[in-house]
Design a protein. Structure first.
Length: 83
């Protein structure tokens, strides 16, 4: 009886370990896929911004100036109720 219980315990632990190992590898693969997608999106965004700046330097300068002014106005506000 002791050998049967021991065998059952070993088999149960082995199955649990295999299941946990499978879940770990699936999570690792999903994380790698997400990192790859994020890297591609960042590279595409960088390329698009670079093309925009190179093709329309004056428009880009004005757009960045306006965005900077808006950020500055928002940061300089004393009323913090909008947080």
């Amino acid at each position: 009886m002791s050998d049967t219980a021991h065998t059952f315990g070993v088999k149960t632990v082995d199955r649990s370990l295999n299941g946990a190992n499978q879940v770990y590898h699936e999570a690792k693969d999903a994380a790698l896929e997400g990192a790859h997608w994020a890297k591609e999106a960042a590279v595409e965004g960088h390329d698009a911004l670079k093309r925009f700046i190179e093709d329309r330097p004056h428009t880009a300068s004005v757009a960045f100036l306006v965005v900077g002014m808006l950020v500055g106005v928002c940061m300089a506000r004393r009323d913090t109720s909008w947080y």
